[in-house]
Design a protein around this ligand. Sequence first.
Ligand code: SF4
Ligand code: SF4
Ligand code: SF4
Length: 308
Amino acid sequence: MTVKVASEWLNSCSGCEISIIDMGERLLEVLKVAEFVHLPALMDHKYFGQLGDGKQIEIPQADVGIISGGVRNEEHVEVAEAMRKSCNIIIALGTCATHGGIPALANAYTKEQIFQRYYHTETTDVPDAYPSEGLPTLLDSCMALDEKIKVDICMPGCPPHPDHIFSALVALVEGRPLALPEKSVCDTCPTRREGKGKVDTVRRFLHTPEYGAPDEPLDQMRCLLEQGYVCMGPVTRAGCGGDGIVPRCISARVPCRGCYGPVQPNGNQRLDMLNAMASNGIDISTLPESASMLRFSGAHGRLKPKRV
Ligand code: SF4
Ligand code: SF4
Ligand code: SF4
């Protein structure tokens, strides 16, 4: 049996599509049982008929629809709705699709503020009207996919690991339930924990964490949060290490930035992280002004952060 797959990208950087390609030789196995009927990242497709004379977006019928990227403009809404009509199962692929992702950080600003920032700078001589002709209208905020259409499977990650994309596609072809990681990054992290309360101020990641020789095994390095770095492992969904399990950033001795989104789909990563830091004895009033250290925690379409 061949499973028909359609893929779309909305407010996406295409990193999720690269992760599909990064399945490598396993893609050949997938292609034996799956037929990609729609894949704009690789295949030309005319949305309004071959001659452009169609009246509405046409997406071929498919068993599985994979959508990356959040919903930022009216065109994204139309494409997402067309995918929903054409596909039996919809997979939200990547943290942008499951939660809004990095682009949802702009939800802290109004559309007018975003345009102002983008088109008018201190050196702009003659402010002109913002371009609008031929462009899809921007929505008031960047949304997760399931805020606009029904989603059957959420696969977070920025991007999701190719191991999990492969196992998800195989499970769907074989009619088995998906088994995606549901623990936190900390649960899969081998670093050494000594206990809470030894560090009370936040250290910016401008200094190398403390560990022995560069080839020292990870389980001999002390937990980065206990060293005072804002490591978002406690509040972030596991999975970035793929079948190799060890979280990617930690394996490079870099704190987790939270790119897999909250452990629970509707969790509030930022709030949970502040709680985790406080319970580790860290004085959260010492947090630097820069929000970049918590960049993914604000990237949650549904949370709609208070506008500045
Ligand atoms: S989840 Fe990450 S890799 Fe995927 S589209 Fe969004 S920013 Fe790109
Ligand atoms: S806080 Fe970071 S370094 Fe510490 S256990 Fe969790 S993921 Fe590992
Ligand atoms: S360690 Fe954290 S930020 Fe790094 S890839 Fe994994 S989930 Fe993403």
